[in-house]
Design a protein around this ligand. Sequence first.
Ligand code: ADP
Ligand code: MG
Length: 318
Amino acid sequence: MAKKKKRKKKRPQKRKQKRKKKRARPKVRRRRVRRRKAKRRKAKARKIGRGKGKARKAKPRRAKRRKAKKPKPRKKPEPPLRIDSFGFDRGRPLAGKYEIVSRLGGGWEGEVYKIRERSTGIERAAKFFFPQRNPNNRVLVWYAKKLHKLRTCPIVIQYQTQETITFRRRPITFLVSEYVEGELLSQFLDRQPGRRLSTFQALHLLYSLAAGIGSIHHLREYHGDLHTDNIIVQRYGLGFNLKLVDMFRWGTPKQENIQDDVCNLIRIFYDAVGGARHYAKLPPEAKDICCGLKRSLILKKFRTAGHLQRYLETIQWE
Ligand SMILES: Nc1ncnc2c1ncn2[C@@H]1O[C@H](COP(=O)(O)OP(=O)(O)O)[C@@H](O)[C@H]1O
Ligand SMILES: [Mg+2]
């Protein structure tokens, strides 16, 4: 028993001695530390990609990552497309639905074509806006909404739809409305004897215009560009059947816009009876309407087209 106990006691002593011995061999220890450090360095080098072997493969990976991080060069925005004429030929297909029949007119804002719906043969008018006059399609949308708001006014053309085509690799949207058969008021007046109407005829013309535009003013809206190239004479006899095209956007409707419409109406009447050349010889009833073309006098008499319409309904002839 005594022997056994002695052995048990000796063992921990031996370990202590061994540990002491280990600590006592600094050379070995330093070697181990050096090896460990070298190992760590190699591992680090491999990670960074500086070492031999695998490190070489790591290089392109880093390069790739760098490439991906580089910001992509932005595409240069295409310069705004400026068009002054579309010049579509007869038969040109449009949006797979319509085709060009003929050119009806054109101006500052765009070009208007007579088009035909291929499946039905129904003819329509299509207004193609020049892109510089219709940024972000705003003018077309405004025009479409206005035509829709005024759809109950018989003098206003009916809006149908809008379509888009590609022209010079850019999208161009066009507005489709009813096609009005008839003659421009400017052409109608030009072919009258002496290029003018009698006072009685001109009063009928003015009455039809005032009644039609009165319905627009009644809805607190305005036309904004009333002149003889924007009025189509559909039929005439004792009275006139008229349609208005091409409204102009002056912003949200104001009293001033309505007043401009009234003054333009009077100006159309003044031109229809012969203008300055014949003014002096006009009967007093006509002069009372023209008010010498003085804006303040006209607006004092006629606040809206509706007032002018009622004035004409009760006019007294001397
Ligand atoms: N709905 C239509 N039906 C028949 N002809 C039209 C129609 N719309 C326009 N036009 C014709 O096209 C011409 C030009 O149209 P308009 O809308 O006045 O454009 P612009 O901005 O070029 O003045 C008009 O003067 C008229 O002769
Ligand atoms: Mg016009």
